[in-house]
Design a protein around this ligand. Structure first.
Ligand code: GLY
Length: 605
């Protein structure tokens, strides 16, 4: 084992105290005008406190992840000479155990890798089972069923892709033996880990997880209470599955008794069975894709190359559209007392409305849907973005219509607004200069709420449009189809200096559709406002998904809200629980930042 037990215990206890401390700084203050449903639509991930961080500085390597025990697993691998990909595998296996609400071996992920020369995107997105139809989420009346009815149970479980994708990435970029990367997660699962404040908070709030008897027995006391903060939770079933994967790689999950247990759980769900089969699991293939890279000239006149995940994620395209439409402004011109001004927020949120309108019409799995003009780059063409920017006036447009970047083969209907959930982000730079940005998900908090052999199954199929057609009868690009990957917002991002080709940053966040905004905010802060990763992450959150202007509550002065209202913005203040992790090269040092709104930390040397 790489990590000594005493060290592990010290880390765990320290973290427990740190996280318990979050409770004292969070003051709930829900906005009366937002209904419960709107709150859920706009803010699907529960807040669990805000704890100021100062950021971290390292020289040789660094890893940033959403839970201190997971970060530590990556750190131990990097110390042992492992690569960034080795480290991310170790982090993911520990996250499956300690942050089960957000990601795990039952879900999907996107991984961006840079080896000093080339940037490659690995797609481990879940796929729809071959037996589904586009009517998967329609009720008996032919209308989209209530979101939660589609989510809980077997119906929305897609074929998991994370482990197969990591196996592919390890074959190309791994340095340590595959089995070694599982040692820390197995040891923690066997010895137990302390329930964190955030896990406890989410368990306490969840109404559906305890309906699965297996999940209820693991996550709750016999009286049905969420295990308290600090309770040491052991997961021997997960340890056994991780041992099998350590030995037989992804086949231990995609075939044999684990696969059979997954299929039984999905197909035999008493009220909401799904269509996943053994052949879906056996046939799953991760994909290697070209990273989606765009040039971005910051206010300093430095040009960066910003690379992200191409479709089926909408992340990189949307971030590039928002940054391309929002003017690049200096800190002096756009911040007042360290906060974005109303004038700048107007520009940003209008750019976001235009972006989300395009996203709703065009974005879907590229193996099923043709890009406008046959190339997704048409959506970020500078001439097209300049034309789109002309729509921004003095007053808010409130709701933008999609643009027309290039001719389309099939004309689609815009996808209606729909809830999007969770995830977890990991950024790593290793001692050899390789970099990873990986965002990983089981979709909703605790996924489909189905537990099999110590891990949770995803509900990723709810990232498809529930409605297969629009009101005009045209098909929706992101409708359910057999074998298709649902559209994602995940935005793992690597930034390079265009002139030198050197890595500048690895960044990303969880947060449903708001992932795009959290990532854009961090990029804007680091590249235009000269901020460290931590300063950029600490900035208050802001967004529009082509509706109201969303502002992180209690972070903006009343004068800013008034000035935006005077420009006809409908304002919603709410928790905006980003979980940004970022690493940035600055003056020969690796600066790291982790979101004060969650539990993440950065470690390195
Ligand atoms: N399930 C979150 C996303 O893929 O965007």
């Amino acid at each position: 084992m790489i990590l000594s037990r005493p060290f592990c215990v010290v880390v765990a206890v320290t973290c427990m105290l740190l996280l318990a401390g979050c409770a004292s700084v969070y003051t709930p203050n829900h906005v009366a005008s937002v209904t419960a449903n709107q709150q859920l639509l706009l803010q699907p991930e529960l807040a669990s406190g805000y704890k100021e961080r100062e950021g971290w500085t390292h020289r040789r390597f660094a890893v940033a992840a959403a839970n201190p025990l997971a970060t530590d697993a990556g750190y131990q691998i990097l110390r042992a000479g492992g690569s960034a990909v080795d480290a991310v595998i170790a982090v993911q296996m520990v996250l499956t155990l300690v942050e089960p609400q957000s990601s795990g071996i039952g879900g999907g992920a996107f991984l961006l890798h840079h080896d000093g020369k080339q940037t490659v995107a690995y797609d481990g997105r879940e796929t729809a089972p071959m037996a589904v139809t586009e009517n998967l989420f329609l009720g008996a009346d032919g209308k989209p069923m209530p979101f939660i009815d589609g989510l809980v149970g077997g119906r929305a479980v897609g074929t998991p892709g994370t482990v197969r994708m990591l196996e592919l990435a390890h074959a190309k970029h791994g340095r340590l033996p595959w089995s070694k990367l599982f040692e820390q997660a197995i040891a923690l699962a066997e010895s137990g880990f302390p329930v964190s404040y955030r896990l406890h908070t989410l368990l306490k709030a969840d109404q559906y997880l305890k309906k699965d008897p297996v999940a209820a027995a693991y996550f709750y006391t016999p009286q049905g209470e969420a295990w308290p903060v600090g309770h040491v939770l052991k997961n021997l079933e997960l340890a056994a599955v991780l041992k099998a994967i350590a030995k037989d790689k992804s086949n231990a999950l995609h075939a044999g008794d684990v696969a059979q247990a997954i299929v039984d759980k999905v197909q035999k769900h008493p009220t909401n069975p799904g269509k996943l089969t053994l052949s879906d699991l056996a046939a799953y293939q991760p994909k290697t894709r070209s990273a989606f890279c765009t040039d971005y000239t910051a206010v300093t006149q430095t040009t960066y190359v910003i690379c992200g995940m191409p479709p089926p994620s909408s992340g990189a395209l949307a971030v590039a559209q928002i940054l391309g439409i929002t003017p690049a402004m200096t800190r002096q011109n756009s911040l007042e007392k360290g906060l974005p001004t109303a004038a700048w927020l107007h520009q940003y949120t209008e750019a976001s409305r235009l972006t989300f309108a395009d996203r709703g019409l065009y974005l879907a799995d590229p193996d099923f849907v043709e890009a406008p003009g046959g190339d997704w780059k048409s959506l970020v063409n500078p001439q097209y973005l300049a034309r789109r920017a002309l729509a921004i006036g003095e007053q808010s447009m409130k709701r933008a219509m999609p643009g027309d970047p290039a001719p389309v083969k099939t004309s689609h209907a815009p996808m209606p607004d729909q809830i999007e959930y969770g995830t977890s982000h990991i950024s790593i730079v290793d001692a050899q200069g390789n970099a990873v940005a990986m965002t990983t998900t089981i979709e909703a908090a605790f996924g489909s709420r189905l537990m099999v052999k110590g891990f949770l199954l995803n509900n990723e199929l709810t990232d498809f449009s529930f409605a297969p057609k629009g009101a005009n009868g045209k098909p929706i690009a992101n409708r359910v189809e057999p074998g298709k990957r649902p559209r994602s917002s995940m935005s793992p991002t690597l930034v390079f200096d265009k002139a030198s080709g050197n890595l500048v940053s690895s960044v990303g966040s969880p947060g449903g559709a708001l992932i795009i905004h959290y990532t854009a905010k961090a990029l804007y802060g680091m590249l235009n406002w000269g901020m460290s990763p931590q300063e950029a992450i600490n900035l208050p959150n802001f967004a529009s998904i082509n509706g109201p202007t969303l502002l992180e509550k209690e972070r903006f002065p009343a004068a800013t809200l008034d000035a935006l209202r005077a420009k006809d913005h409908e304002i919603r203040e709410l928790d905006m629980t980003s979980g940004l992790q970022a690493i940035k090269w600055q003056r020969g040092q690796l600066q790291g930042g982790a979101d004060p709104r969650r539990e993440g930390v950065v470690m390195g040397e």
